[in-house]
Design a protein around this ligand. Sequence first.
Ligand code: AMP
Length: 564
Amino acid sequence: MDYATFVEVYDRLSSTSKKIEKIGILAEFLKRLQKEESSEWIYLLRGKVTPDYDSRELGISTQLTLKAMSASFGVSQEKIIADFNEAGDIGEIAERYSQKRRQRALFMKKLDVKKVFDNLKMIISIEGKGAVDRKISLISELLTSAAPKEAKYIVRTLLSDLRVGVADALLIDAIAEAFFVNEDDAKQVLEEKYHLANDFSLLFDAARKGMLALGEIDLVPGRPVSVMLAVKADTLEEAFRICGTPAAAEYKYDGFRMLINKRGEDITLFTRRLENVTSQFPDVVSAARKYISAKEYVLDAEVVGYDLKTKKYLPFEAISQRIKRKYDIDKLAKTLPVEINIFDVLYHDGKNTLDTPYLERRKIVEKIVKTQALVIRPAVQKIVEDEEEAEVFYQSALDEGEEGIMMKKLDAPYRQGRKVGYMVKIKPTIADLDLVIVGAEYGTGKRGGWLTSYIVACKDGEEFLEIGKVSSGLKEKKENDGQETTYEEMTKLLRPLIISEKDNQIRVRPEIVIAVTYQNIQESPSYSSEYALRFPRITRYRPDKKPDEIATLSEIKKEVKKQR
Ligand code: AMP
C-alpha cells in the first residue's frame, strides 16, 4: 500500500470535525487495510508505531526533526526556525520545502507504508552511541522520497502531533462499524477487549475474524492492562449513595499505583501508565516472590514510600524519583524503601477475576498476601454500615497520614477505566485539580531561560480546553529534601514536547499533568473552557497521571456550582 493512501485518509479526517463522518472514513479504510500485509499499520492512524502499552513514544524532539529537515531539504536550521516561528506548524513547513524540491526532482519512486512504518519503528528502538545520526538518516531517507503532503504527515507523526483527531474511542467505534454492523453490543465488547489488550493491532486482527476471535482476547499476566479508576465523592453520604450500603472503606495511600504480574517464574511491574518498572523496583519483586503465594497473578497495589528513620509515610514526590531511575537502583531501594499495599486482584491462577465480585476478590488478596510489616500487606479495609462508622475510619486514615479513603461497592466487578458506581475517593478538599500543560512562557530576570508560566487545560471528551495560566508553586532551586519540582526541571520536561514556538511562548503536546489549587473558578471568555482559575498555584507535578485522567469540564462545572 502506498503511504499516499494513508495521507489521503489523514486529509479527509482533518477536513471534518463530525464524529460520525470520521467513523465512516475510518471504517471504510479499515476494510481496505485488513487485506494488507500488517495489521500493525493501524497504529499509524493514531500517529504511532507501537501498541499503546509500549511506553516508547515517537515524539522525537523538535530539535532533531529540524536537523533532519535541514539535511533532507538543504535548508539551514536558522531558516527553518524562522519559518517555524512564523507558521507555528513544522508539518506545514516540511510540506512547503518538499514542494520546492519536488519541482526539481519529478520522477521519484512512490513511498510505501511499509517503508514509513519500518523506519519510524527503527527510530524508537535506536539507543546509545551514534543514535542521533542514525535517527536523522532514517528520517532523511523518508523525507527525501516523500511527496509534499507525505512529508507533512511524516513530520507530524515524528512529533506525535498528527492533528487528525483519532482518539482511541473513535477508532473503536470505527472497528465496530467496519466489522460488526448490526451487532449492537459489539462496541462494548470491543471497548472491554481494548482495555485488556491495549493494542489496536491485536484488536483489529481479532475483529476482522469475528466475534469468536474477539472473545478470545483475555488478560495475560505480564502484558500491561489498564486499571480501574475512581470517581470523586464530596461527602460520605454521596459515597454511600454511589457504592450502596454497606460498602468497603479502604485507606487511600498516597503513593503510586503498581500492577504486580507473575507468569511462570517471571514477575513484572507496571505503572498505571503501562510503563514497565520491574528493574527499578527489585525490592518489590523480591517481596512479591517471598510473600505472595500464588502461581500466577495480576495484583493491583499502591506502593508508598516511608522514612527510614521515623517509619512515617512520605508523600508521593519522595519516591517518584525511583520510577525513572536507571542507575544506583539497589542503593535507592535501601534509602527510599516502599511498602506495598495490595487492594485488588485481576487474575489468579489461570483465571481472570474481573467479573468476580469485589468482596470475593478481596478474600483472594487476603488469602495469598502474607502481611510483613512495612513491606507488603493487603490495604487496610473495613466494611462500613453507616456514615458514622465511615467517619471514624476516615479519621483514622487521616491520623495515620493517609490521603483519605476509597469506598468500594461490595458486589462490583473490576472494570477498566472510570466506571461510575464501583469505587469512589474521598479526601479533604484543598480544592485542587489535575490539569495538563498545553503551553508555556519563558520567564525573565532571574527566571530567564526557564519556562515559568504554564497554560493548563481540562478535558472535554477528546478535547483539551484551556482554563488558566499558572506560574507559582514550583521552586527556583532545590530545598530541604530535594523532592520538590523546580522550574528548571519542568523546563526540561516540556522542551522535548514543543510543537510550536512564537516569541517567548511555546505550545506543547499535552503530556505533563500537574495538580493546581486555586481560590475560585470564574466564567471567562479568555479561555476555551470558558472558565478561568483565580489565583492558581501548582501543588505538585503528577508524573503518574495520563492526560486522559485529568479533570473534566463537567467536574469543573460541578465545582463552580458548589461555589455558588
Ligand atoms: P486519584 O489519584 O486522586 O484519582 O485517586 C485514585 C488513586 O488512588 C488510584 O489510582 C490509586 O493509585 C490510589 N489508591 C490509593 N489507595 C487505594 C486503594 N485502597 N484502592 C484503590 N486505589 C487506591
